[in-house]
Design a protein around this ligand. Structure first.
Ligand SMILES: *Cc1c(COP(=O)(O)O)cnc(C)c1O
Length: 400
């Protein structure tokens, strides 16, 4: 089932799906364009024999510093990747392979049950390769509690992977506490920060994590670009998963895409600069949206209202017949809004969101839930339009 079939009207849908991806900021696009053509900074950043190569390298290293600054890291701790999916794969498989090389056997990995598929799938693959895996459950707000992680740890646990912000609910985990617990046991911590970086303050050192994944297109940079933070310390070692040329200090080979690096760097700097003001404005708009629909019969907000990033609003629309409004019909009728049913990756299938089910929703409630995500370019007019659109669709469905 597709939740938003092609609109029959000519109106461009109001975009409320910023958690799925963001448009590239105009200043970012302009900087990227300067790194493509003959007149621009197009050379191979690994070319050491001419000025053009050095200039490309300088642009890449400047961008690396911008990304490092966003997360309080050293430039030598940033490894460029093609996105958070690759960063997660490199972190998890790289750490596991290193562990197996050292110990001649598979150890134990703890992961949350509501991670993005870009964590769950590589971990499932490692499980097939002989590693033991425990998937810890969230509380009813979607938060992974410290004692749940603690209870899952074993003597052979070497890696814990917990996301900082959940992509469907927006709830924030206490990564600092989890990392402190793991550190005391000599366990590495990986954090998928794709939904937190650029939205809340993220300081890798203060969090105390060993590995942290970033995605440029979640903070107004280009798709197909990301980075993995690898803590610079003697004991943190990951095995490369892509070989060939020894780029990125042998952790990730491949000619660096200057325009992509520059785009991510610029987007990181803008996000950092606007972090507080963006978050406040976005929270206002999200609250306005919720206030505009919360009095509709039997709607319920999924996740935490307080411990959450500013942009995400996940709402269950009633599915029972008593109020005369079928949740799924509602979703199908909201053609003038671009929104998600849970994670964008689930939208193509009928299966209810595993995240919403994990926090206690029934299949029907999960299927009647919508994720609205507000972003930097959302306007008050768009929010007002969305409220009216939702209300009129609900009213129509009730009459039918
Ligand atoms: C978007 C997202 C990813 C995947 O990032 P890509 O850069 O698209 O590969 C991973 N984890 C979370 C939490 C995300 O939101």
């Amino acid at each position: 089932m597709t939740l938003n079939p092609p609109a029959t009207s000519f109106r461009k849908p109001v975009y409320l799906d910023y958690a799925a991806t963001t448009p590239v900021a105009p200043q970012v696009a302009a900087k990227m364009a300067e790194c493509l053509t003959l007149e621009g900074n197009f050379a191979n950043p690994a070319s050491r024999s001419h000025l053009l190569g050095w200039q490309a390298e300088e642009a890449v290293e400047n961008a690396r510093a911008q990304v490092a600054a966003l997360i309080g890291a050293d430039t030598r701790e940033i490894v460029w990747t093609s996105g958070a999916t690759e960063a997660n794969n490199l972190a998890l498989k790289g750490a596991a392979e290193h562990y197996r090389t050292q110990h001649k056997m598979g150890g134990h990995i703890v992961v949350s049950a509501i991670e993005h598929k870009a964590v769950l799938d590589p971990v499932a693959w490692l499980e097939e390769q002989g590693f033991a895996v425990t998937r810890v459950q969230p509380n009813s707000f979607g938060v992974i509690e410290l004692d749940v992680v603690q209870a899952a740890l074993r003597d052979d646990t070497f890696l814990v992977s917990i996301m900082q912000v959940n992509n469907e609910l927006g709830c924030i985990n206490d990564i600092k506490a989890i990392a402190a617990l793991c550190k005391s046991r000599g366990i590495w911590v990986h954090c998928d920060a794709a939904q937190s970086a650029g939205k809340i303050a993220v300081d890798a050192k203060e969090l105390g994590v060993d590995l942290l994944s970033l995605s440029a297109h979640k903070f107004y940079g280009p798709k197909g670009m990301g980075a993995l933070y690898v803590r610079r310390a003697g004991d943190v070692k990951i095995a490369a998963q892509i070989h060939g040329g020894g780029h990125e200090r042998n952790m990730r080979s491949g000619t660096l895409a200057t325009h992509q690096c520059v785009g991510m760097g610029e987007a990181a700097e803008i996000a950092q600069h606007n972090l507080v003001s963006d978050a406040a404005r976005i929270a206002d708009l999200r609250d306005a949206l919720w206030n505009g629909i919360s009095d509709l019969p039997n709607v319920q907000r999924n996740g935490s209202t307080t411990n959450s990033v500013s942009g995400i609003l996940n709402v269950a629309f009633a599915t029972d017949a008593s109020n005369g409004c079928d949740g799924e019909a509602l979703l199908l009728s909201l053609r003038d809004l671009a929104v998600s049913s849970g994670s964008a990756c689930n939208s193509a299938s009928m299966s209810p969101s595993y995240v919403l089910k994990a926090i206690g929703l029934s299949d029907a409630q999960a299927q009647a839930s919508l994720r609205f995500s507000v972003g930097r370019y959302t306007t008050r007019e768009e929010i007002e339009f969305a409220i009216e659109h939702i209300r009129s669709v609900v009213a129509k469905l009730k009459k039918a």
